[in-house]
Design a protein around this ligand. Sequence first.
Ligand code: FAD
Length: 397
Amino acid sequence: MKAIVDRQKCTVCGVCSDACPMGAISMRENRVEISEECSLCGICVDTCEFGALSLPEVGQGPAEDLGSYRGVWVFAEWREGTVHRVSHELLSAGRILADKRGVELGAVLLGSGLGDEVAEELIAYGAEVVYVVDRPELAHFTDERYAKCIVELIGRHRPEIFLAGATSMGRSFIPRVAAGFKTGLTADCTELDIADEGHLLQTRPAFGGNVMATIICPNRRPQMATVRPKVMKPVRLEGRKGRIERVELPEECFTARVEVLEVIAEQDQTAKLTEADVIVSGGRGMRSAENFHLIEELAGMLNGAVGASRGAVEEGWMAPSHQVGQTGRTVAPTLYMAAGISGAVQHLVGMQGSQVIVAVNRDPEAPIFDVATYGVVADLFEFLPEFIKRIKREREA
Ligand SMILES: Cc1cc2nc3c(=O)[nH]c(=O)nc-3n(C[C@H](O)[C@H](O)[C@H](O)COP(=O)(O)OP(=O)(O)OC[C@H]3O[C@@H](n4cnc5c(N)ncnc54)[C@H](O)[C@@H]3O)c2cc1C
């Protein structure tokens, strides 16, 4: 879908073409062409003084009674025996949303061999009810089975809001669930709130992180969002009360065209960027793969993971699994250290949620300093070895 041009009204003045942030509008002889790059942002509509541009009507009118949907649900991501911390974060955020709406907060737990203690932990993070589907077929994650189970559960209980982590699992199967209800899904949210009319305000970076867009889903239910890990704060309270409902679903929910034969744990521990509390990243300023030993040594000393800019990955110095940024991993560690990284917006969107950012760059104008908590203007080949030596000395002392 793209913006619509009314050729009767269009004067081919070119203002819309200049205003389009996607570069989707071009001027061809005596007509305006809109390409598939159009993101339906509506900027062209606002800039056209002749009223020649409009957006197609999307998701018109409620398909059914929106008022019949009630409650906030969080998908509890259980994988190989543990619940992902993003689910605890989402339950804490969901608790606030549910309280504002005056509704119940539910968690949905799918897996195999699930003891009550797993569900009780979700209650401690804020769930009032945990729906547990415990079946051998759910021992390993598959999109098809997980999507069918969630669709069945949502169909039965009709929550108005459904949240999941923007993890590889969430990103993989939640779109299927949204498609199942022909409802909207906002991926990769960094903030959630509730408007007076009950609309979920879903905020996420847009246009390469240059603006924060708040998105609503006014005409369909449930309102669905995935949220980046480590953005919300998990709050665990002992003594919270809730109920655990073990649910039977139709056999059809457990059939799938794909079988998982074996799960092989990721060998490269350093690539576990999203989980790390400390990340030390290197960029093109590192000059070679060999020089990354400085980054690796420092990361090792701080019990952290090694990250890289796309510049360093493109040079072949680090594997793509280490890349931080728009097309790499989004991270939010307690400490993020960037050495020889300029701070392009595509890098910043992947790490600016870090609590403390330390940047080392010899260019005092480097944009990385705009987001840095501490900036070191220095040659990294002088600074890093000295910094490593200093840590060693202090630890020995
Ligand atoms: C669609 C798209 C997606 C992208 N996705 C990503 C992404 O996910 N992640 C990402 O990182 N990039 C991404 N990029 C690329 C991004 O725009 C930048 O090109 C990239 O981040 C640059 O990497 P860099 O900072 O390592 O290199 P450069 O921009 O070349 O910066 C190197 C820096 O090192 C400094 N330096 C050099 N030598 C030294 C020294 N001896 N001591 C101290 N400092 C030194 C320089 O001053 C400079 O600031 C994407 C681009 C596009 C178009």
